[in-house]
Design a protein around this ligand. Structure first.
Ligand code: P6P
Length: 344
């Protein structure tokens, strides 16, 4: 076990910062603001059943999804805390149509953060684990005035940090700044995130596949072939996959990151308005792709590395297939026609 297990996240930041030559402390202050936002959201999520924060506020967000009260609280909390850090020049929320300007009373920083304030919120009333996802970029031209759309639309490979918080049986923060992946568990008795999962590496191959099979008839032939192979053909080798699907991205991703396996949200033809699938590139696919690659895994659209996708819209959707490298590569072979399977 790493001798650092149990250190606070603040100490971890300081240790990391000392290793980053020329570190000014700006990035650390940004991360600390994100940590504070997550502690506040955890408090609100934790009492959702007690205080009237459940239920809907009767509006729909830019994604056309019904906004739940906790969504609004989480969105406001992240905006407020990151703006007040003085380290951001723009924010992009899954809940808001346009880039969020930083209030004038705060200094303009050099970072842009894309975030999904409360992913999986349709599961709130059922007490299923939900999460916050964030993705950090440095602005392209720090010295030149207002940030621009170009600052906000950088490919995922240019991220300087990414992470998620899962509000489940315990509150776990997993993030990377490019030197591997570390997980911290909140000790509510002292209000501190403590290092619990040092240097996470995902298994090369897993036995779990995670996908909403209700969309089967709307998938492309390659995806259908892969799922048929996983369910039927793979057992010829005597090893069966297990299906695990929670319907909350952060929970499904976190389990597969630790245990191994593959998560798929492929493109489907169910909703003509979402021909590329349901998940968003900038605030879901890119941050998780950054983390999985830092943990030794892969993330693809089926034909392209997620982190190489050139964004053209802040709420762009992409197919997301992510997880253990051997599993993702087999999927790519099916989608690219290099492998086929037909059930006998
Ligand atoms: P489906 C939750 O609404 C979410 O955005 C992700 O958290 C989750 O992975 C996905 O949608 C589930 O979508 O279509 O399977 O219900």
């Amino acid at each position: 076990m790493s001798e650092n297990v149990g250190i606070t996240i603040s100490n971890h930041f300081l240790l990391n910062q000392q290793l980053t030559h020329g570190a000014t402390g700006s990035f650390t202050r940004l991360l600390q603001a994100m940590v504070l936002a997550c502690k506040i959201i955890q408090r609100d999520v934790g009492k959702a059943g007690l205080v009237d924060v459940l239920g809907r506020v009767g509006v729909t967000n830019v994604q056309g999804e019904e906004v739940q009260k906790l969504d609004e609280l989480a969105n406001t909390t992240v905006k407020r805390r990151l703006s007040a850090s003085g380290e951001v020049c723009a924010l992009v929320s899954e809940e808001e149509a346009d880039i969020i300007e930083i209030p004038r009373q705060y200094p303009q920083g050099n970072y842009i953060v894309h975030f999904d304030p409360l992913d999986g919120s349709s599961n709130i009333a059922a007490n299923v684990s939900i999460g916050t996802i964030f993705s950090i970029y440095r602005r392209l031209s720090p010295s030149e005035g207002e940030s621009t759309m170009k600052d906000a639309l950088q490919p995922g490979a240019r991220q300087v940090g990414a992470g998620y918080i899962i509000y489940g049986s315990s509150c776990v923060l997993v993030f990377s700044t490019g030197q591997g992946v570390n997980g911290f568990t909140l000790d509510p008795s002292i209000g501190e995130f403590l290092l619990s999962h040092p240097n996470i590496k995902t298994p090369a191959k897993g036995k779990i596949y995670s996908v909403n099979e209700g969309n089967y008839s709307f998938w492309d032939e390659g995806t259908r072939g892969y799922i048929d192979w996983v369910k039927h053909g793979h057992s010829e080798h005597g090893i069966n996959y297990t299906s695990r699907y929670i319907g909350s991205l952060v929970a499904d991703f976190h389990r597969n990151l630790l245990y191994g396996g593959i998560f798929l949200y492929p493109a489907d033809f169910k909703d003509p308005l979402k021909p590329k699938g349901k998940l968003r590139l900038m605030c879901e696919a890119n941050p998780l792709a950054y983390i999985i690659e830092q943990a030794g895994g892969l993330a693809t659209t089926g034909t392209e590395r997620i982190l190489d996708v050139e964004p053209n819209y802040i709420h762009q959707r992409v197919p997301l297939i992510i997880g253990s490298p051997e599993d993702v590569m087999i999927y790519q072979d099916f989608v690219q026609g290099k492998r086929t399977y037909r059930r006998a």
